[in-house]
Ligand binder design. Structure first.
Ligand code: SF4
Ligand code: SF4
Length: 135
């Protein structure tokens, strides 16, 4: 597949903003693949962590936003612990989630969660889940 890359994409202001929010520098990634190899949920991600980094390096933040990746990330930091460059894909995905949540795109509310689940689920799971989906 041929991909056309414009200079404006590489200099994407949106990617620069994400770097500021997450504290990460996407250019540091050299595509070794360790993050995807260790990620426990990469098998279900539409764009796995290594590819997320490549897409962002190429300024393609739009496809990363549309993918389910940021919502499937469980924040285990395995990607960060395995990265030889000290890059945290987790922080980047958190930055993307915060951006979406601040725009009010998530409609998740406590009343949407089935009561039997709320009764049985550990408190930590509920707090973590709402932090992730509500912001
Ligand atoms: S923090 Fe997210 S992206 Fe990183 S290894 Fe864990 S689930 Fe995968
Ligand atoms: S482990 Fe680090 S350097 Fe390797 S692909 Fe992932 S982010 Fe890039």
């Amino acid at each position: 597949m041929k991909i056309r890359i414009a200079n404006d994409d590489i200099q994407s202001l949106e990617v620069r903003r994400l770097e500021r929010v997450s504290g990460e520098d996407v250019k540091r990634c050299y595509q070794c693949g360790n993050c995807s190899g260790g990620c426990p949920v990469s098998y279900a991600m539409e764009i796995p962590p290594t590819k997320v980094m490549r897409f962002l390096q190429l300024g393609n933040i739009e496809d990363v936003r549309k993918a389910n990746t940021m919502w499937l990330c469980v924040g285990c930091l395995q990607c960060y612990s395995r990265c030889p460059q000290g890059v945290s894909v987790a922080a980047i995905l958190e930055g993307l989630r915060q951006e979406v949540l601040r725009k009010g795109a998530s409609k998740t509310e406590v009343r949407d969660v089935p009561f039997p689940f709320l009764k049985k689920a550990p408190q930590q799971a509920i707090v973590c889940g709402f932090r992730k989906f509500v912001g």
